[in-house]
Design a protein around this ligand. Structure first.
Ligand code: IVH
Length: 668
């Protein structure tokens, strides 16, 4: 039993963490250091681990992903989630305002808000606790995304309760989930490196992330929220939109400080122009401004049409699309060796920016959109500085257009390029390719690789541009004299760097394998390779089939590894590195056999409780879920197993006895 003191400490920690969370994520104005926050967080985790009965769903520690589901449930909205009528120019907007004034019978004020380009959500709070989060769906019925939304830091799990703004018994808040632009670019950059398909724009990325069946995936995406209104409310009376906008942040919600009250049409137009001009500098995507009649009494009097309220409008910005011609298609080689077709466009202005190029991503994209040299195309700038080709206007074809194919050899170094089955990306496999060497050095020296402190992007560029490093092994030949010749490099920092380089020679096989930058070989795969083959030589000699025989290594990864070692130059780099003194300590034999595996328990276990069993699985990187599906890896059946046992047999899921389960734990 936890003492009263413990309960009080837990309550106090939660209260403080909630407040600091709000300061940090919502207001972007923290009042404690990260270290202090972490200390409180860890203390709360410790106490909750010791007294699991005291864990509550609104605890700040509970923003973790829940077990995957088979499908999203549905939610009925208490008040329908309407959409908005759009207007596209000043005349249409003035017409809207005139109609409002005529219907209201008086001059009215509006609240103007950025119209975020994300995914609409409804958040239901009962007595201050988040109970349901749902998508808009058809406006009446939405999808239940509660588990997913709980992982978003800017969504309060429990409302703050200031004295002057009491928390309503029932409060439905509406808002937009989105991914900030910078994080969106970073997300795509990481996906590209991992060989995963890219998201077309931040809105698709946000929508895809929120509608996941596995909330662990949602938790890994940089989602945020702006809230802009309320739906059904019980226990609080608002008189105007502006009151809503002011109450929401007091309860802990993130509300845009750009929102404005506009007293008349001229002020609305001012706000519109202001945001249209500053739109390019905003850290998130907006596609217009929403104007809402401020007074709720007037709103109620005006009412709604079938799908849209009469008292609000979306005044859209001009689409950032244009028509132009593809003059040529070039091939660029990225830092990871990826060959990207790039359309050279007849220069065209798209909302203030001259566009000359557009990435076509890869051969599959070119084929799918059937983009040919000479085509007239629609291009769009959306969510990214790099414009996209939306589609070809095939009606404008003359017959002179030429189809495009990526070359067979790297345009920079002439090496034969590779593409593995099922992978849309074509790569230059040459580890010494001048187009890649800066990126390779940075990756080689990175924390998961050889871990050479001080050797990052900037220095890698300097080393390559000064001609000091043209191949990875050159790093180990650097001298003090050479280094102090570089900009911003004093004797002291040169020495530090050389020390770090020297220390990096003592490494481990997984780190070394990772540092080579083989496509699809991340830290996890590197570890599997090291454990199963034991040496670089054995890996280099393994056939794709032998590689793919390792659990966790699929045919795509296997092909990529064997292609890498088939290149003479790559094997030479490995030899040269070893010759310069790189050596490996024994790899610890920790197995990660359970990483990513999903378990379901049924029946009574004799040796340990369900909670203990779950904790053991989770400690080894596995997951425990409550229902059996095709994605379940193991069902552990104790005595008197229930319907889950039958279901596992129907689906052909491996069933373990308690004894077999214990053996599996012992081995991993
Ligand atoms: S108010 C009845 N405010 O636009 C009022 N909507 O077409 C309904 N949206 O699906 C919405 N930013 O997701 C409102 N500041 C904002 C908004 C906004 C984006 C989206 C919303 C809705 C769509 C309406």
């Amino acid at each position: 039993m936890a003492s009263k003191q413990v309960r009080q400490e837990i309550a106090k920690l939660r209260e403080e963490l909630r407040y600091h969370n709000y300061r940090y994520y919502v207001l972007d104005a923290p009042v404690v250091s990260d270290a202090e926050y972490d200390r409180m967080f860890r203390r709360l985790e410790e106490l909750e681990a010791e007294f699991p009965d005291l864990v509550t769903p609104d605890s700040p520690t509970q923003r973790v992903g829940a077990p995957p589901r088979e499908e999203l449930g549905t939610v009925q909205h208490r008040a329908p989630m309407l959409s908005l009528q759009s207007v596209y120019d000043e005349e249409e907007f003035r017409h809207f305002v005139d109609t409002v004034i005529a219907e209201a019978g008086e001059e009215v004020a509006f609240v103007g808000e950025p119209k975020y380009d994300g995914l609409a959500v409804s958040l239901v709070y009962e007595n201050g606790l988040l109970t349901v989060a749902a998508t808009r769906g058809d406006g009446v019925t939405g999808e239940d995304i509660t588990d997913n939304v709980r992982t978003i830091r800017t969504v309060p799990l429990k409302l703050l309760a200031p004295d002057d703004v009491p928390v309503p018994e029932y409060l439905e808040v509406r808002g937009e989930i989105y991914i900030p632009l910078e994080q969106f670019r970073e997300l795509n950059r990481r996906r590209e490196q991992a060989g995963e398909p890219l998201f077309a724009n931040p809105r698709n990325a946000a929508a895809g992330s929120v509608r996941q069946l596995d909330s662990n995936i949602t938790a890994s995406r940089p989602l945020s929220i702006y809230v802009y209104g309320v739906g059904a409310v019980a226990g609080y009376d608002f008189a105007s939109e502006w009151e809503v906008v002011q109450a929401l942040p007091r309860w802990g919600f993130r509300v845009d400080e750009r929102n404005r009250v506009c007293g008349n049409v001229a002020e609305c137009l001012d706000f519109y122009r202001h945001l249209a001009e500053t739109r390019e500098q905003l850290p998130y995507e907006i596609d217009g401004i929403v104007f809402k009649v401020n007074e709720l009494a007037v709103q109620a009097r005006m009412g709604t049409r079938t799908r849209n309220p009469r008292w609000a409008v979306a005044y859209k910005f001009p689409a950032r699309q244009e028509t132009t011609r593809v003059e040529d298609i070039l091939v660029s080689v990225g830092r990871t060796g990826k060959l990207t077709p790039v359309a050279v466009l007849e220069p065209v202005e798209v909302s203030g920016v001259i566009v000359r190029r557009a990435s076509l991503h890869n051969q599959d994209e070119v084929d799918r959109k059937d983009i040919r040299i000479g085509d007239v195309v629609i291009i769009e700038r959306a969510g990214d500085v790099i414009p996209q080709v939306v589609k070809v206007i095939t009606e404008k074809r003359t017959g002179q257009e030429r189809p495009f194919r990526l070359p067979d050899t790297c345009p920079v170094c002439g090496t034969r390029v590779l593409r593995s089955e099922g992978d849309p990306i074509t790569r230059c496999p040459n580890i010494d390719c001048p187009a890649q060497i800066e990126g390779r050095i940075e990756h080689f020296a990175s924390r998961g690789g050889m871990d050479i402190e001080g050797l990052g992007e900037k220095l890698a560029a300097q080393l390559v541009q000064s001609g000091l490093v043209t191949r990875l092994p050159d790093i180990y030949d650097l001298t003090t004299e050479q280094l102090i010749g570089l900009e911003h490099m004093a004797a002291k920092s040169a020495q530090n760097l050389l020390d770090a380089i020297a220390t990096s020679r003592q490494t481990s096989l997984p780190r070394f394998l990772f540092s080579l930058g083989i496509a699809h070989v991340g830290e996890h795969v590197a570890r599997l390779l090291a454990e199963n083959f034991g040496s670089v030589a054995a890996i280099a000699q393994a056939t794709p089939d032998q590689l793919a025989a390792v659990d966790g290594i699929g045919p795509e990864i296997a092909t990529s590894i064997s292609q890498f070692f088939a290149e003479d130059r790559n094997r030479q780099v490995v030899r040269d590195l070893l010759q310069r003194g790189v050596e490996f300590a024994e790899t610890e034999a920790a197995s990660d056999a359970l990483v990513g595996k999903t378990f379901v328990f049924t029946g009574t276990l004799a040796g340990l409780s369900r909670d203990e069993a779950s904790a053991e699985v989770q400690r080894r990187g596995g997951q425990v879920t409550s229902s059996v599906s095709r994605r379940t890896d193991y069902v552990v059946a104790g005595s008197d197993p229930g319907s889950k046992y039958t279901r596992a047999q129907e689906l052909g899921v491996t069933v373990l006895t308690e004894e077999q389960f214990q053996e599996l734990l012992a081995k991993s």
